[in-house]
Design a protein around this ligand. Structure first.
Ligand code: PGA
Length: 253
């Protein structure tokens, strides 16, 4: 059985004070479930990782980064390596989030290097995939998601891929208030799981967790989670409000 997993992506929000207080409210409101019946991770901006790590240190909530670099150290101004993330207590890193792909311009090849570097450095990657609205309208969702998964996981053997969490985030649903219907989410999640079965094997496909992201909110979380191939939620906007995020965590149990 796949354990539900809810991750909060704070994006470029909060400050040092707000990030610690938000983490503390989430810890105290999820004591009975986090780490037991549901895995929970918080992904603050890089500069607040350490402060949030301290707040989380006595809890069962994991820390995640929003990005990671492909190299382990050296002259890469502004970048952050897997070993640095590990050093400050990170367990996870998002790789290929749609804002990195579409705002910053990350390619599938770069995302693959990030996923690979994360695993080599002991960080569990959350590989994000998803189509643009024009691609959905042109019936290219399967093609886009298949390409992003194939390229994102290129070169990873069974053992390495078992460190990966996948996140399906239709770009048109991110931060827009539009959510994929539970059926739309299920359709793509099932396709992704089938693809993993074809690239690897059915045991791995059964095991790998596939999160849905894109305007996940307290009022749609339970319906999304009821879908057989939706194993958790990657939450942006609603993760900045402790009550909303806690309601989503509870809906995922
Ligand atoms: P959203 O963001 O919940 O604000 O739509 C999701 C994400 O980008 O991970």
């Amino acid at each position: 059985m796949r354990k539900p997993f809810v991750a909060g992506n704070w994006k470029m929000n909060t400050d040092s004070h707000i990030s610690v207080n938000l983490a503390k409210s989430i810890i105290s409101g999820s004591l009975e479930v986090a780490g037991h019946s549901v895995d929970v991770a918080l992904c603050p901006p890089f500069v607040y990782l350490q402060a949030v790590a301290i707040a989380l240190s006595t809890s069962s909530i994991a820390l995640g980064a929003q990005d990671i670099y492909t190299e382990s150290k050296g002259a890469f101004t502004g970048e952050i390596s897997a070993s640095m993330l590990k050093d400050v207590g990170c367990t996870y890193a998002l790789c290929g989030h749609s804002e990195r792909r579409h705002v910053i311009g990350e390619t599938d090849e770069l995302v693959n290097k990030k996923v690979t570097a994360a695993i080599s450095g002991g960080i569990l990657p959350i590989l994000c995939v998803g189509e643009l609205i024009e691609q959905r309208q042109a019936s290219q969702t399967t093609e886009v998601v298949t390409r992003q998964i194939n390229k994102g996981l290129a070169g990873l053997n069974d053992e390495k891929v078992s460190a990966v969490t996948l996140a399906y985030e239709p770009v048109w649903a991110i931060g827009t208030g539009l959510t994929a219907t539970p059926q739309q989410a299920q359709e793509v999640h099932a396709l992704i799981r089938e693809l993993i079965g074809r690239i690897y094997d059915s045991a791995l496909a059964d095991e790998i967790r596939i999160l849905y992201g894109g305007s996940a909110k307290p009022d749609n979380a339970a319906d999304l989670m009821r879908q057989p191939d939706v194993d958790g939620l990657l939450v942006g906007g609603a993760s900045l409000n402790a009550d909303d995020f806690l309601a989503i965590i509870k809906a995922a149990v």
